[in-house]
Structures are given as C-alpha cells and as structure tokens.
Design a protein around this ligand. Structure first.
Ligand SMILES: Cc1cc2nc3c(=O)[nH]c(=O)nc-3n(C[C@H](O)[C@H](O)[C@H](O)COP(=O)(O)O)c2cc1C
Length: 148
C-alpha cells in the first residue's frame, strides 16, 4: 500500500473530475490517498516528503502553468524528491498552440528534484469521457506501481 498525494489545479472542473476518479480508484485498491487542490485546499511543497507517490494534475494557461500553481512550483525547487514516484496529468485544449504545457512543466520540475517521473504524461481533451477515465485509472495505477 502506498501513501499517495493527488493535487490538482482545475478552472472549469475537468482536471478535477479526473483527479477524483483517480483518488477513488486508488483508494479502492487499498492505497492511502490525500486529495488536495492548488487553490482551494493547498499544501506546502515541503510536505511532498510525506508521500511515496505524487500525482500532479493541472490545466494549462497561455503555454504554461496556471497562476495558482506558480508559488508551489517555485517552492518545489527546495524539495528533494528522491525515491518519490510521480505522475502528471491534466485536461488540455487542442485549440492552443502547445498542448498541455503545464503538465510537462510540472513533470520536468519533479525530474529536476530527482523524482522518478512516469514516462508518459496523461493529457486528455477538455472534459474526460468514460474512456479517458478508464485510461486515467490505469495510468494512476501504473504511476503508483513504477519502480524507483
Ligand atoms: C486563457 C487560457 C489559456 C489556455 N492555454 C492553454 C494552453 O496553452 N494549452 C492547452 O492545452 N490548453 C490551454 N487552455 C485550455 C485549458 O487547459 C482547458 O480549457 C482545460 O480543459 C481546462 O481544464 P479544467 O477544466 O481542469 O480547468 C487555456 C485556457 C484559457 C482560458
């Protein structure tokens, strides 16, 4: 059983839907999951140390992370994530030039802090459908089960 943090930024709810589905799925598998939101129920970046596995969910804003993620992103620079299993996911919109850049930015920062980042970034289009959710559940499982 892993101690998992799922933290997300979601403006119109799509990333949050996925984060909630992942939470339920991992809990169903017996993992201990803490659910947080970057704006409404944040957590200090230093507390990332408390978890075995961290799932970052975010929508994107003008080719980058949204403003409510910025401080956390900066603070992550002081946190060593060696041995932590990390996954990144979020809702995207193919209308924009860069598809889901926030997801890549967060995954890159986690890598820089020595986390074991799951090779695939899970990007889905706008509101997740049943197929996306099924995929997201498997994705979350794979992130938790990856070797460090
Ligand atoms: C001002 C603005 C800028 C955006 N920039 C991007 C972008 O650069 N890349 C992208 O994939 N989506 C971009 N989006 C779209 C959001 O990522 C998309 O609407 C997503 O579904 C929102 O997810 P949420 O429901 O979790 O908030 C942008 C949306 C807005 C309003």
């Amino acid at each position: 059983m892993a101690n998992v943090l799922i933290i997300c930024a979601s403006l119109t709810g799509s990333t949050e839907i996925m984060a909630e589905e992942m939470t339920e799925h991992l809990q169903g598998l017996g993992h201990d999951v803490t659910f947080k939101s970057f704006d409404l129920d944040p957590i200090e970046a230093s507390r990332l140390q408390e978890f075995d596995c961290i799932m970052f969910g975010s929508y994107s804003w003008d080719d980058d992370i949204p403003f409510e993620v910025e401080d956390f992103y900066d603070d992550m620079e002081d946190v060593d994530l060696t041995g932590k299993r990390v996954g990144a996911f979020g809702s995207c919109d193919a209308y924009y030039d860069i598809y889901g850049p926030a997801i890549d930015t967060l995954a890159t920062r986690a890598s820089e802090q020595n986390a074991t980042v799951y090779k695939e970034k899970f990007k889905f289009e706008l509101e997740p459908d049943d197929q996306d959710i099924e995929y997201g559940e498997k994705f979350a499982e794979a992130v938790v089960n990856q070797e460090t």
